[in-house]
Design a protein around this ligand. Structure first.
Ligand code: HEC
Length: 125
């Protein structure tokens, strides 16, 4: 009797977590496709990479962006604007951490709602 209850509970838990994992990976695929189509990966990587020769990536790794902005209120809106309109070359946020001086505006390559979704996804890592 007890066994059956425990088993049912466990099965329920397993089901729940696999549904969550499926939703997650579908979301990941969608976000990566969006980023790829918009050309973000020309300058960005997902994970931080320390190159042997000390060279920096053009744009900061999104893992680093998430670390930097995760707990900052309003970060998603702030970053969505920068993604769409480009960054200020005279006030670089990633000085000495990225090789690029500024990010060009991406509004030609991605819609505002897609950019917002992508930024939320970046920040969720
Ligand atoms: C031509 C290269 C290039 C492309 C393409 C590009 N970025 Fe960037 N991105 C940069 C650079 C360089 C920075 C660093 C700007 C700075 O130092 O303030 C940056 C910074 C960022 C930041 C952090 C902004 C900040 O102020 O901290 C986010 C988020 C970001 N990019 C997302 C994206 C997304 C999403 C796309 C695709 C729609 C994209 N980038 C396409 C070069 C690029």
């Amino acid at each position: 009797m007890i066994h059956r209850t425990v088993l049912a509970g466990l099965t329920g838990l397993l089901l729940l977590s696999s549904v969550a994992a499926m939703a997650d990976s579908a979301n990941d695929e969608k976000a990566k496709k969006m980023a790829n189509n918009a050309g973000c990966f020309t300058c960005h990587t997902l994970q931080h990479v320390d190159k042997k020769d000390g060279s920096k990536p053009v744009g900061p790794a999104w893992e680093d962006v998430a670390l930097q902005y995760k707990d900052k209120p309003g970060a998603a809106e702030f970053l969505t604007r920068i993604v769409l309109e480009g960054s200020n070359p005279y006030a670089s946020h990633w000085k000495n951490k990225a090789a690029g001086i500024a990010m060009p505006p991406n509004a030609v390559a991605i819609s505002e709602s897609d950019a917002r979704q992508l930024v939320f996804w970046i920040l969720s890592h």
